[in-house]
Design a protein. Structure first.
Length: 176
């Protein structure tokens, strides 16, 4: 079922965005593990296992969300999620967003379509604030966050060590 067709910069993008199912987990895991092994978009060091992916998926049931973008051929080109921002009860109206795009689909509007959809979902699910934690060197994700209305709220300096380098994380926030 296609939940959304996205208009980006006046050009109709022929991709669908829908709620993810367990049948999507293998493709999502492949996209995610590519990011784990090749980028600083995730602070995981080792690829995620199938069991960990399934557990992660089950933790993201409503009010949280996991969505996938699907191209005209039915191939998953990316995915995004809203998850718990923090454990303590007062944070229950804040969610953390994540977007991962298949390398072959980067720079084609997939990330923007997913993030705009998640902003809508977040508002509909009663979230007050969505938060994105973005490695400062990830300029493409920072541009995406700013383009979709996220504002920088701060920077955590040298909080992650990956590929032998200390990394800063920019905190971006969007009020639903």
């Amino acid at each position: 079922m296609v939940l959304a067709r996205v208009e980006l910069e006046g050009i109709l993008d022929h991709m669908g965005i829908r709620t993810a199912t367990e049948n999507d987990l293998e493709a999502m895991l492949s996209i995610y593990n590519h990011a784990v092994l090749n980028t600083t978009a995730s602070f995981e060091i080792e690829p995620r296992s199938w069991g960990a992916q399934k557990a992660w998926f089950l933790e993201h049931a409503s009010p949280y969300a996991v969505v996938v973008s699907v191209d005209e051929a039915g191939k998953i080109s990316g995915w995004g999620s809203i998850g718990r921002y923090a454990e303590r009860e007062a944070y229950r109206f804040s969610g953390e967003v994540s977007i991962y795009v298949h390398p072959e689909s980067s720079r084609r509007g997939v990330g923007e379509a997913l993030l705009r959809h998640l902003i809508d979902v977040g508002g509909a699910e009663g979230f007050h604030t969505l938060i994105a934690l973005i490695t400062e060197e990830n300029s493409a994700s920072i541009r995406l966050a700013e383009k979709t209305g996220f504002k920088q709220a701060g920077v955590l300096e040298e909080v992650g060590l990956k590929f032998g380098r200390w990394l800063n994380v920019a905190i971006y926030q969007h009020t639903c």
